[in-house]
Design a protein. Sequence first.
Length: 388
Amino acid sequence: MSYQSGRHFLQIPGPSPVPERLVRAMSKAVIDHRGPEFGELGRNVLAGIKRIFQTESPVVIYPASGTGAWEAALVNTLSPGDKVLMCETGQFATLWHELATRLELEVEFLPGDWRHGASPEAIAERLSRDSDHQIQAVCVVHNETSTGVTSRIADIRRAIDGTGHPALFMVDTISGLASAEYKHDEWGVDVTVSGSQKGLMLPPGISFNALSDKALARHQQARLPKSYWDWSSMLASNATGYFPYTPATNLLYGLKEAIAMLEEEGLDNVFARHQRHAEATRRAVQAWGLEVLCLNPEEYSPVLTTVLLPEGQDADALRKVILARFDMSLGAGLGKLKGRVFRIGHLGDINDLTLLGTLAGVEMGLTCAGVPHSPGGVHAAMRFLADH
Ligand code: PLP
């Protein structure tokens, strides 16, 4: 490929663009991961990441992608044949379901239409029928990256509590953390799973399990085989700032800096910034006369917006035109949404002009690809951003 001038617009819903400050923070020689300098870094990031999850409990950091942290959450808390309740919110919930099934868990999948979040009522209804408490865990994807729908975690917690059911509550906020509001302790989540390459603005390569006392207690009895993922050996080494095996040292340099950046801005300001950009994006989509996939305004994602194209239009062809003409990557439709939708990522290190450049690329792309639409989406977003 020949040189393309200007910067590439990486507007997929993760990995998100890595800001210059993080590139520089990671661009250092590797140090001895058993030496004193590393211990200081380890203690720093292990304490700092708890503030991002809004928890007082330990957060385990794996040198792995989010999928590894999904597996870790299950193998550390469950035993062979355990029953688990999962919610079909989209492609990522489907993949977590497949993973759990391969681990020989007995998984029940509450059906969903991929246009709504997990239903607190449906979860409560299922748990209340489980009178002998066979279901060991309820697993929900917070920000479903394939659909742009965010499940209401606090409402689901209340619904579970309303049934008095003792199941563990596990949440994947791989694409939500540090972009969408998330409160591990206050929302009573037992295991939260996340990753580095979305709201934390880092490259892919590290992922997380935030724990609770209840999850740690279940861990003591859990019999699924585990070695690499074992919380016990992790927590034993983490107590002094170290890891049981070689950590992703340079990503941890980046994590330290990412936490500093998020705290300089203030987490609440970060969440508000994402809400504002999501609203501007939806106004553009509406002005184009296109449809946002998410049907419940209470569940609109602040992280990404998934746009449904009119019947007969090919979203992959549109994305291809936009990449070729404007050097911008947008998210593809995944699973059953392939070719039907495209996804605009507005997460992580983004400002008004980044968003407007992104929306301009989409609007020009719609014209170039011959997708029927009304002009004026960028203008609608500009007006909203200027006024708010
Ligand atoms: N869960 C969600 C919500 C995701 O968005 C992703 C990746 O995009 C994953 C899980 C899987 O994570 P990874 O690709 O880092 O293994």
